[in-house]
Design a protein around this ligand. Structure first.
Ligand code: THU
Length: 131
């Protein structure tokens, strides 16, 4: 079964409903599509020790990696905001670790407006382990 972009965006929105955000009240959902057509979703998970918060994007990526998937074709990030939100620096660095620079990243707003970018655009000239 092929996942459409619409399904990808909707699954990111649905994932945001599981966000654990008692501190920011800022739910985020992410949906990551693997090359074999599997979807992994994630939400942000906050902690009373604030820096321990895990963003929605990294939750989705870590779920996929931990289930044995390392080849990805698209990511959608949903924020309940007027304008689409964009991944934080930590998530960009994790995306660079596992995704090709030309992989599309769809940033989806509350009204389902979509801004399309890529992993390479989000973090140009990135650090990679060259050893
Ligand atoms: N957050 C994400 O989950 N993804 C982003 O792209 C930006 C920020 C979360 C972290 C925190 O739980 C809340 O949004 C406010 O920063």
């Amino acid at each position: 079964m092929t996942i459409t972009n619409h399904e990808l965006f909707e699954s990111a929105r649905t994932a945001s409903k599981n966000a654990y955000v008692p501190y920011s009240h800022f739910p985020v959902g992410a949906s990551l599509l693997t090359e074999d057509g599997t979807l992994f979703t994630g939400c942000n998970i906050e902690n009373a020790s604030f820096p321990l918060t895990n963003c929605g994007e990294r939750t989705a990526i870590f779920k996929a990696i931990s289930e044995g998937h390392q080849h990805f074709s698209a990511l959608a990030v949903y924020g309940e905001t007027e304008d689409p939100i964009s991944p934080c620096g930590a998530c960009r660095q994790v995306l660079v670790e596992f995704c090709q620079p030309d992989m599309p990243v769809y940033l989806v707003s509350k009204s389902m407006d979509v801004k399309t970018t890529t992993v390479g655009e989000l973090l140009p000239y990135s650090f990679k382990n060259l050893s």
